[in-house]
Design a binder for this molecule. Structure first.
Ligand SMILES: Cc1cc2nc3c(=O)[nH]c(=O)nc-3n(C[C@H](O)[C@H](O)[C@H](O)COP(=O)(O)OP(=O)(O)OC[C@H]3O[C@@H](n4cnc5c(N)ncnc54)[C@H](O)[C@@H]3O)c2cc1C
Length: 473
C-alpha cells in the first residue's frame, strides 16, 4: 500500500501551493484531485475555440518587485518562483457606482481613492484618514474572536452611503457571511483590494496553473487527476489514510483538505469519526452564498461602445446595498462587471470579453436543475440572463448586443465542478482560522481556513504547511 508523509485533497490553488511548499524540502507528497483538471474554482474550459476562465476577474494583492514584504512577493518566495518569471498587468482603474448617488474610483495608487472620497464625501475625509490609520495598526493574523466589521467601520465613518460603497467590492470579492463579515477578513480584503490593488498575470489562468504545476513537479511532487477522495480513515484518533474513487487505499502521516469543512466532514463514513471531526457541521450550510457568473464575448462592432478605461465596476441600484442570498434566482440589483481586456499593456484581441457576477439563490437553481423537464433550468437561465443584461445596460450603456458567444454558470454548475456544497464560492461563514481540526494530523486549508481569492488561497496552503507540517517532519 502506498504511504505519503503528506496527502492533499484538492488540486485548486491552495492545494497546489501547499504541495509546492512541502515538496520543495524534498518530502514526498501526493495531491488527489477529483476533477480532470487542476484549478478548482479558478480553472478554465474551451468553447468556440477560445479558452474561457471559470473565475478570473482580477488577482488582488498587486505589489511591486521591490516591496519585499508584500503578500504577493512573500508568496512567490515561499513557492520559490522568481518574480521575474511573471509579467503582471495592472488594472487601469475600477469604480464603485451607486447610480444617482455617488461613484468612487480606485486604482493601484491608494491616493486615487483618498482623493475621490475627499470630493464625494468631504465631510468624511478626516474620519476616513483615521479609519485607514486604525486598519494599518490592526493585525488580522492574530487569532481572535470574530468582531463585526460593520460595527467597527461605522464607528469611524458616519456616512452610511460611504460605508456601503466600501463594503460592496469587499463583500463581492470575499465574504462568505451575509451583510457583515469578520473584521480580520475585512482588513485583509481592504488591504488586498484598495491598498494593494488588482492585476492580471500575462496569459490566462491556464498559464498560471501550469507554472504552479511545473514547479510542483520539478520538486517531484505527485498529482493524480480524476482521483477524488471518497473516504477518510481514522485510527486511534488520527487520520490513517484515504480511499480514492478508484477504490485504492493510500496511507498518510498528515492530511490537508482543501475541499471545504462540511465537504471534508462528508468524507468520514464512520459516524464516530464524523462526530469527532465536528459535532456541529451542517447548520450553516443553508445560508451559503453563491453567484451566477456570465461571460460574454463581443464582436468588434461593440468594442467602441464599451468602457476602455475601467477594469471592474461594482454597482448597486437598490436604496440600500445588501449582500445576502436573494429570494429570486439572482439579484441583478447589484453585481460586478469586469472587463478582462482593460488591464494595462494587455494585447488586443479580436473579441472583447465581459464578465458579470450576481448573487444567486442555490435552492432555486437546484430545484430547476432537478426538475424532470430539463428545459426549465435552461429557460430560467435565459430569462435571468436577459434581466441581468438589462441592468448591465443601465450601468454601462446598451453595448452587449453583438454577442459572439455567451455562457453563464449557476451555483449548481459550481457545485458540480468543484464539489463546493451549494456552490458556495467563499465557503462556510465559520472559518477554521488556525486550520486545525479535532484530528491532530488533519488540517483545513484554502477557502474554509479563511484566506480567499487566488493569492489568499495560495497563502493559506503555504501557511498551513509551514505552521503544522514542516515542523513535524
Ligand atoms: C466565478 C468566480 C470568480 C472568481 N473570481 C476571482 C478573482 O477574480 N480573483 C480572485 O482572486 N479569486 C476569484 N475567485 C475565487 C478564487 O477562485 C477562490 O477563492 C480560490 O480559487 C479558492 O481556491 P481553493 O484551493 O481554496 O479551493 P478550490 O478551488 O475549491 O479547490 C478545492 C479543490 O478540491 C477538489 N475536491 C473537492 N472535493 C474533493 C475530493 N473529495 N477529492 C479530491 N478533490 C476534491 C475540487 O475539485 C477543487 O479542485 C473566483 C471564484 C469564482 C467561482
Amino acid at each position: 500500500m502506498r504511504k505519503y508523509p503528506l496527502l492533499i485533497i484538492g488540486g485548486g490553488l491552495s492545494g497546489l501551493a501547499a504541495g509546492i511548499r512541502f515538496a520543495r524540502f524534498g518530502q514526498k507528497v501526493l495531491i488527489l484531485e477529483k476533477h480532470s483538471k487542476i484549478g478548482g474554482l479558478n480553472s478554465y474550459y474551451h468553447r468556440q475555440g477560445k479558452l474561457l476562465e471559470t473565475g478570473l476577474h482580477a488577482v488582488t494583492n498587486f505589489a511591486r518587485p521591490e516591496d519585499k514584504h508584500a503578500p504577493l512577493n512573500r508568496l512567490l518566495r515561499q513557492l520559490k518562483i522568481p518574480r521575474r518569471n511573471l509579467v503582471l498587468h495592472e488594472q487601469i482603474f475600477s469604480e464603485i457606482i451607486f447610480p444617482g448617488r455617488a461613484s468612487l474610483c480606485f486604482s493601484n495608487d491608494f491616493n486615487l481613492l483618498l482623493q475621490q472620497i475627499k470630493e464625494a464625501f468631504p465631510g468624511s475625509t478626516l474620519s476616513f484618514t483615521d479609519f485607514v490609520a486604525a486598519l494599518d495598526q490592526y493585525d488580522p493574523f492574530v487569532l481572535k474572536a470574530n468582531i463585526s466589521a460593520r460595527e467597527y467601520v461605522s464607528s469611524f465613518l458616519q456616512d452610511e452611503l460611504l460605508v456601503e460603497m466600501l463594503f460592496c467590492p469587499i463583500m463581492f470579492y470575499g465574504s462568505s457571511e451575509e451583510d457583515d463579515m469578520d473584521l480580520s477578513q475585512f482588513v485583509i480584503l481592504f488591504r488586498s483590494i484598495f491598498q494593494e490593488g488588482f492585476f492580471r498575470p500575462q496569459g490566462t489562468i491556464k498559464d498560471l496553473l501550469e507554472l504552479l504545476l511545473n514547479q510542483y513537479k520539478s520538486f517531484d511532487g505527485e498529482i493524480e487527476l480524476s482521483a477524488g477522495v471518497d473516504e477518510i480513515f481514522t485510527e486511534n484518533n488520527r487520520i490513517s489514510g484515504v480511499r480514492t474513487s478508484a477504490g485504492e487505499e493510500i496511507l498518510c502521516d498528515n492530511l490537508i483538505s482543501t475541499a471545504g469543512f462540511p465537504e471534508t466532514r462528508k468524507l468520514f463514513h464512520s459516524a464516530d469519526s464524523a462526530k469527532t471531526f465536528s459535532n456541529s457541521n451542517a447548520e450553516k450550510i443553508s445560508s451559503r452564498l453563491s453567484f451566477v457568473e456570465s461571460i460574454y464575448l463581443l464582436g468588434q462592432s461593440e468594442i467602441k461602445y464599451l468602457p476602455k478605461d475601467r477594469t471592474i465596476i461594482f454597482y448597486n441600484l437598490a436604496d440600500k446595498f445588501t449582500y445576502h442570498r436573494p429570494i429570486d434566482p439572482i439579484d441583478p440589483s447589484s453585481g460586478v462587471i469586469c472587463f478582462p481586456n482593460n488591464f494595462q499593456g494587455t494585447e488586443k484581441d479580436d473579441v472583447v470579453q465581459l464578465r458579470v457576477t450576481h448573487l444567486a439563490n442555490y435552492d432555486a437553481w437546484r430545484k430547476a436543475y432537478d426538475n424532470k423537464d430539463k428545459s426549465m433550468y435552461r429557460s430560467m437561465k435565459k430569462f435571468w440572463m436577459e434581466e441581468s443584461k438589462k441592468v448591465v445596460g443601465e450601468i454601462i450603456g446598451n453595448c452587449i448586443e453583438n454577442i459572439v458567444y455567451e455562457d453563464s454558470f449557476t451555483p449548481v454548475t459550481i457545485e458540480r465542478y468543484t464539489s463546493k456544497l451549494q456552490g458556495a464560492v467563499y465557503g462556510s461563514p465559520d472559518k477554521i482560522k488556525d486550520g486545525r481540526t479535532n484530528f491532530e494530523n488533519l488540517y483545513i486549508a484554502g477557502t474554509d481556513q479563511g484566506y480567499l481569492g487566488i493569492i489568499g488561497s495560495m497563502l493559506s496552503g503555504v501557511s498551513m504547511v509551514n505552521q503544522h507540517i514542516l515542523n513535524k517532519t
